[in-house]
Design a protein around this ligand. Structure first.
Ligand code: FAD
Length: 623
């Protein structure tokens, strides 16, 4: 039996596992990444695109914390679009259509260039647990690997079953084996497992599509990238195309619903409500005569097209019939059928905010295994889990992000706090402080945290410091401006005639005033670069709302900092209703901020909880 020892073992080379391994390595840990097939590192299991609304925010945050997803997606990007461009900056989402092969090779290149990261091809069949701690893993060939912490990121592979129509077979994704032995062991170790499902559309042969019959959808002329570091596209840029379903397509689908695995009940777990199958769309929105389909090339040299919007688990012959009733797809050949997959996930309420398992020390979980869906959600969790696994191995402080600082904090808080009832995906509406959590300021919010924990490379630190300095100079130049309404009017800047003097930030806060309107007021303002001007305009426009939120955020942070002892006996806190005692015992809040969000929590109950926490801490201190 072979044996070896490392600081951190990461199980799984998907999007979560990759960021986990990279984050732990950046922090200085020796990392072993064990994955079924290293050639599949960077595989995009579903749509060849990264980002979008909410998801684009997560990618920017991963990038701001030194992660790789944004840079990889930009390197592989063959079309860039900023979604919600006409809406406010807080809800705009950058999205990159990617070439699958370029994406995979960029991801594998990052792995090759990362020091202290070794990759092993193998199937993990068990965690090695000693005295309640995860201390290693066993592989199917009986190799044992030892470590100080373990990150589990097995995606849809645990107990995975693929369904096409009435046929089903065990698989992790199409063409790859499921990981069933590990799933059995996790069940035995009492990890709370549940079932979820997701689906993917058929892949079409590009040469069989009548492109002239379809509307092209070009990318943005001025692309917005996912990484702060990217300045221009690396690959050739292409157009996507738009097709539409029609009543005949819907009739074909409706007539065969009983054969759909997702729809007819062959699969028990809930599916992604926000990424519904075409069967779901046709039944849930029966009044709609047409749904959009985005025909997305899988790459520059690929002959495959991903028809985004018709995820399905109908039998192949029905897929062929309904696809060929779509204008432009009359002769379309299906290269790989659409399918649904159901898989085991671990109830994320068994984790804390580091994504550490609450009972098994040194075990971290990230990605689809925690009930999420999407590369972006997986990568963001992977980064936090990997950083914390390294923190445990290297005896460093935990790496945490709160809800007011990042979408990554919102997601983890939602997961560990509320659990999931369907695959969780990010939306801007999930963040109560979304005016603050913008793509433009993700680096200002998170890079300092990354620097503090050693997650940021020297070049990224330097680029960030230069940008901060330029922003600070621009802000101070704006603050030196001081105009009465009459003086502003004389400069062609319209403000309310209220006699109040305004500085440059206040003048910029009115949407009609652009930076250019102010630049003649000082030579320092004229020197500010276009990039910094855009950032300061957004900052100024949001300032008034952020000032209003400041008190709420201060209270959240204060309550986040008030930790409840992990062994607090919630069931015996005198004065609390038995209902609250039961709820607290079930969800075991880690902080007063989490306790506040429990349904039915009152100010009086919070005071009792605070006192009980203090008393418990005093008792522990006096032994
Ligand atoms: P994965 O990317 O699945 O990676 C898991 C990794 O773990 C793999 O490398 C695998 O080899 C490895 N592994 C598993 N078990 C073991 C083991 N025992 N030992 C060693 N290695 C192991 N996302 C969306 O946003 N929208 C969608 O519509 C969507 N649809 C999807 C449809 C399908 C059919 C699938 C499969 C996925 C879909 N996704 C979708 C999800 C997206 O692909 C995932 O959310 C994302 O890839 C999850 O990343 P992950 O790192 O958690 O897991």
């Amino acid at each position: 039996m072979k044996q070896s020892e490392t600081d951190v073992i990461v199980i799984g080379g998907g999007h979560a596992g990759l960021e986990a391994a990279l984050a732990a390595s950046r922090m200085g840990a020796a990392v072993t990444l064990v994955t079924l097939d290293p050639a599949k590192i960077g595989e995009m299991s579903c749509n060849p695109a990264v980002g979008g609304l909410g998801k684009g925010h997560l990618v920017r945050e991963v990038d701001a914390l030194g992660g790789a997803l944004g840079r990889i997606a930009d390197a592989a990007g063959i079309q860039f679009r900023l979604l919600n461009r006409r809406k406010g900056p807080a809800v705009r989402g950058p999205r990159a259509q990617c070439d699958r092969d370029l994406f995979r090779s960029a991801a594998q290149d990052v792995v090759r260039r990362t020091e202290k990261l070794s990759v092993i091809s193998g199937e993990v069949v068990g965690l090695i647990l000693r005295n309640g701690l995860a201390v290693g893993v066993s592989l199917s060939d009986e190799t044992k690997l030892w470590s100080r912490s373990v990150v589990l990121t097995t995606g849809t592979f645990l107990g995975g079953v693929v369904h096409v129509g009435e046929q089903s077979w065990p698989a992790g994704r199409m063409g790859e084996d499921a990981a069933s032995r590990l799933s059995e062991q996790l069940r035995e170790a009492s990890l709370p497992l549940g079932r979820l499902k997701t689906g993917t559309p058929p892949r079409l042969a590009a040469e069989t599509i009548d492109w002239d019959a379809l509307a092209p959808q070009p990318g943005d002329e001025e692309p917005v990238f996912l990484s702060f570091a990217t300045k221009r596209p690396a690959a050739q840029q292409i157009s996507c195309y738009i097709a539409h379903t029609n009543p005949a397509v819907h009739a074909e689908i409706s007539a065969n619903l009983s054969q759909s695995a997702m729809h007819a009940g062959a699969i028990s777990g809930p599916g992604p409500r926000y990424c519904p199958s075409i069967e779901d769309k046709v039944t849930r929105f029966a009044e709609k005569e047409s749904h959009q389909i985005f025909l997305e090339p899988e790459g520059l040299t690929s002959s495959l097209i991903y028809p985004n919007g018709i995820s399905t688990s109908l039998p192949l012959d029905v897929q062929e019939r309904f696809v060929r009733q779509i204008r432009g797809l009359e002769r379309a050949e299906i290269h790989q059928p659409g399918y649904a997959i159901e898989y085991d996930y671990v109830d994320p309420r068994s984790l804390d905010r580091r994504l550490a398992h609450r009972e098994i020390g040194g075990l971290f979980l990230a990605g689809q295994i925690n009930g999420t869906t999407g590369y972006e959600e997986a990568a963001a969790q992977g980064l936090i889990a990997g950083a914390n696994a390294a923190a445990v191995a290297l005896e460093r402080p935990p790496v945490e992000v709160d809800r007011a600082t990042g979408y990554v904090g919102v997601m983890i808080d939602d997961l560990v706090w509320m659990g999931v009832s369907e695959p969780y995906r990010m939306f801007t509406s999930r963040a109560e402080y979304r005016l603050q959590l913008r793509i433009d300021n993700a680096d200002q919010r998170l890079t300092p945290i990354g620097i503090e924990h050693g997650l940021i490379s020297a070049w990224q630190r330097e680029a960030f410091a230069m940008k901060q300095e330029a922003l600070a100079k621009g802000r101070s130049a704006l603050r030196e401006v001081s105009l009465t309404p009459a003086e502003a009017d004389a400069q062609g800047i319209a403000v309310r005639a209220d006699g109040v003097r305004r500085d440059g930030m206040a003048l910029l806060a009115t949407p009609e005033t652009s930076f250019e309107a102010l630049e003649s007021l000082s030579p320092m303002l004229a020197e500010v670069s276009a990039e910094i001007r855009d950032l300061l305009e957004i900052e100024a426009q949001y300032q008034v709302y952020l000032d209003r939120q400041a008190n709420d955020i201060a209270r959240l942070r204060m309550e986040e900092s008030r930790r409840l002892p992990p062994d607090l006996e919630f069931g015996s806190i005198a004065g609390l209703s038995s209902e609250l005692q039961a709820k607290l015992s079930e969800v075991r809040p880690e902080t007063m901020a989490q306790a506040r969000r429990i349904e039915g929590m009152t100010p009086a109950a919070l005071l009792l909880l605070l006192a009980a926490g203090e008393a418990s801490r005093r008792r522990s201190a006096t032994g």
